[in-house]
Design a protein around this ligand. Structure first.
Ligand code: IPE
Ligand code: IPE
Ligand code: MG
Length: 238
């Protein structure tokens, strides 16, 4: 490996899982795990960029996470509020562009406002292209795209025949963003939990038992090393 050049994935997607178990192991409330997880997410943006990753997409809150106790949902929303506010200054400092994917119409007005400000001020930034999934569900995203295309057809802007992969993808929250090359999920679970089902169709998967609050640059490097060893054939022959 030493003499070979490593292939760095252009787009990495992460399912940050294990905050609750990390807290439980320390006899702390689950929310303490989320707070630590949020700090790790900040650091990983810097690390990812320094390792040569262009696009990073993280799963912060799923359409299914509303099923958690109200107290936990409230604490997660509070953390997201702070994260979005802090990111406004941080994004200009490190030239990072931030976009939120998911159905933000269900979020509180002030959180939506911070998201809009952050997306606007960071839109010119050319460093890390960072996507945060909030109230994101892959099935929901596909249905919203289908509805928007159907509406364009009904109103004469599009014809059903025009639909192909590129046209359909232009209706997605991640339109214009290349599909992920590598998916990382922490905490030992081997499922995708409704994260980017369309976009992950040809992605390499890396699972680790490390809990998200313990994840760091070294662990990210391990995932990239694993990625370098993969032979991506995309259905062809090499
Ligand atoms: C991931 O950690 C964070 C979110 C889903 C918001 P969890 O809260 O799912 O942690 P575990 O899986 O219970 O350990
Ligand atoms: C996936 O983790 C969602 C996020 C990381 C935001 P969960 O902990 O909610 O997923 P399940 O319940 O284990 O599938
Ligand atoms: Mg979990």
């Amino acid at each position: 490996m030493a003499t070979e050049e490593k292939t760095v994935p252009r787009h990495v997607a992460i399912i940050m899982d294990g905050n609750g178990r990390w807290a439980k192991k320390r006899f702390l409330p689950r929310n303490a795990g989320h707070a630590q997880g949020s700090r790790v997410a900040e650091q990983i943006c810097e690390d990812a960029y320094n390792l040569g990753i262009e696009y990073l997409t993280i799963y912060a809150f799923s359409t299914e996470n509303w099923a958690r106790p109200k107290e936990e949902v409230d604490a997660l929303m509070k953390l997201l509020r702070k994260y979005m506010k802090d990111s406004i200054a941080r994004s200009s400092k490190n030239n990072m562009r931030v976009r939120v994917i998911g159905d933000i119409s269900a979020l509180d007005d002030d959180l939506r406002e911070s998201i809009r400000t952050l997306e606007r001020v960071s839109s010119v930034n050319t460093g890390l292209q960072f996507q945060v999934a909030i109230n994101y569900g892959g099935r929901d995203e596909i249905m919203r795209a289908a509805k928007a295309f159907a509406l364009d057809c009904a109103e004469g802007r599009k014809k059903p025949d025009e639909l192909d992969e590129a046209v359909f993808y232009s209706y997605f929250d991640t339109a214009g963003i290349p599909y992920p090359d590598l998916l990382i999920r922490t905490s030992g679970e081997m499922r995708t939990s409704n994260f980017l089902p369309w976009q992950l169709a040809y992605t390499e998967f890396y699972f680790t038992d490390v809990l998200w609050p313990d994840f760091n640059k070294k662990e990210l490097q391990k995932a990239i090393d694993y990625y370098s060893t993969r032979d991506r054939r995309f259905g062809g022959v090499k």
